[in-house]
Design a protein around this ligand. Structure first.
Ligand code: PBG
Length: 340
């Protein structure tokens, strides 16, 4: 984006007291009139957690006011999300330990929880865009995003499973798959597998610049998906890098991603901007569990104003260049926007 150079402004208008920036901040109406960025409910993607069972809703201890639902109760929740104006959900399934193995076999079960959830939401709420997390970690006995062999996370073998997972979700009726694994070449493999299976219109939102972040902690509690050994640094990105994020996003765009994502959000605002300027597809950001937990915890202590801190963070993503925001604040923020 090109901003007007200040020397030009000085030449045209002179200086203080003629220039007074505060004129544009005198009233709420004035501030609203000149605001450069706006949030709307359609910007949000609401992540949802589903678990096996019936008629249960469990709060996630490290994510206050956020719940894991059984499918029946999740449908009520999706109804509420639709009611406040949210148009898309991103599904994560909690897999019981006995169904986990090294190859993520359960992920391909046509009657698996993820597949059943997709079909049920599409049937009851045809206008809701359904996205699914495509990654092996919730299904992996090692809690890793790929098949493990001798302590290594295998790339190409894992990509084969991920491509099959994408097709399985497409068969269940998903609108977009969202691979969050960071294996090399998975977007191209998924696009090819989806097309060959006849799912030419099933989209891909790629987690392209996904960093090895400590801010995923609460999410791993929610899904019980923390890595059993080591960390994810051989596949998720190094927080010290930004050019690498551009490279990953551009590769994913070339391989056929319809949307690229930067994740986490708040510590990576510069990456959002850099990616936005280097791709032609929409850019989404994932305002992750740890960022949610920080605002919730500090607000609970009375150290932050929760609503203000939330809205400031969310509009910050738009300012940085994000088109879409996946956030656990989706419902709360939408309710607030509807009041304005
Ligand atoms: C797993 C996945 C993670 C998140 C989304 N998908 C965790 C991880 O990579 O370990 C994190 C989301 C969050 O923290 O809100 N593939």
């Amino acid at each position: 984006m090109q901003y007007a150079p200040t020397d030009k402004i000085e030449m045209t208008y002179g200086q203080f007291p003629y220039i007074r920036g505060r004129r544009l901040r005198t009233s709420a109406s004035m501030r609203n009139m000149v605001a450069e960025h706006h949030l709307k409910t359609a910007d949000f993607i609401a992540p949802v957690f589903v678990m096996e069972g019936e008629n249960k809703k469990l709060e996630i201890p490290s994510m206050p006011d956020y719940y894991r639902y059984t499918l029946d109760r999740l449908l009520d929740e999706v109804g509420e999300l639709q009611e406040v104006g949210i148009r898309s959900v991103l599904i994560f399934a909690k897999v019981p330990d006995e169904k986990k193995d090294n190859k993520g076999t359960e992920a391909l079960n046509p009657d698996g929880l993820m597949q059943r959830t997709v079909s049920a939401i599409k049937e009851e709420f045809p206008e809701i865009l359904v996205m699914t997390d495509v990654a092996m970690d919730p299904y992996s006995s090692y809690g890793h995003d790929g098949i493990v062999k001798d302590g290594e996370i295998l790339n190409d073998e894992s990509v084969e499973v991920l491509a099959k997972m994408a097709v399985s979700h497409a068969e269940a009726g998903v609108d977009m798959v969202a691979p969050s694994d960071m294996m090399d070449g998975r977007i191209g493999a998924m696009r090819k597998a989806l097309d060959e299976a006849g799912f030419k219109h099933t989209g891909i939102m790629a987690y392209s610049a996904k960093y090895a972040s400590s801010y995923y902690g609460p999410f791993r509690d929610a899904l019980d998906s923390a890595p059993g050994f080591g960390d994810k640094k051989t596949y998720q990105m190094d927080p010290r890098n930004v050019k690498e994020g551009i490279k990953e996003a551009r590769l994913d765009e070339q391989e056929g991603a319809d949307i690229v994502m930067v994740k986490p959000g708040l510590p990576y605002m510069d990456v959002i901007r850099a990616v936005k300027e280097n791709v032609s597809v929409p850019v989404s950001v994932y305002n992750v569990s740890g960022e949610y937990a920080m605002i919730k915890a500090a607000s609970a202590k009375g150290w932050l104003n929760e609503e203000e801190a939330m809205m400031e963070a969310l509009v910050g993503f738009k300012r940085a260049g994000a088109d879409l925001i996946a956030t656990y604040f989706a419902k709360q923020a939408s309710k607030l926007l509807n009041k304005q």
